[in-house]
Design a protein. Structure first.
Length: 94
């Protein structure tokens, strides 16, 4: 059954808690759909970038994230990487 169509399931997906209702299995934490995966994210220049959000979410879902940058962007990427959980590695690309 799809969330929102079945009144017994909360809207918002796994981890959502609407008026005490929980998803089957009682899962309240992140799904960890990326556990054991390695992901390279490029374009992390500010903490407002789409790439930053992608990297943060991937880390929260259990992925090992590596960032990349080149030239002047490399120093920006290294600076912003400190704001991510686990302080991911930053590789220089050309």
């Amino acid at each position: 059954m799809v969330a929102g169509l079945d009144p017994k399931l909360p809207v918002g997906g796994p981890g959502a808690d609407v008026d005490g209702a929980k998803w089957p299995g009682g899962s309240l934490g992140p799904m960890g759909i990326l556990n054991g995966k390695r992901i390279l994210v490029t374009g992390v220049l500010t903490d407002k970038s789409l790439a930053f959000g992608t990297a943060r979410l991937a880390i929260e879902e259990g992925a090992e994230v590596v960032l990349s940058g080149s030239g002047r962007a490399l120093s920006l990427t290294r600076r912003v990487a400190r704001k991510l959980p686990g302080n991911p590695d930053v590789l220089e690309i050309d």
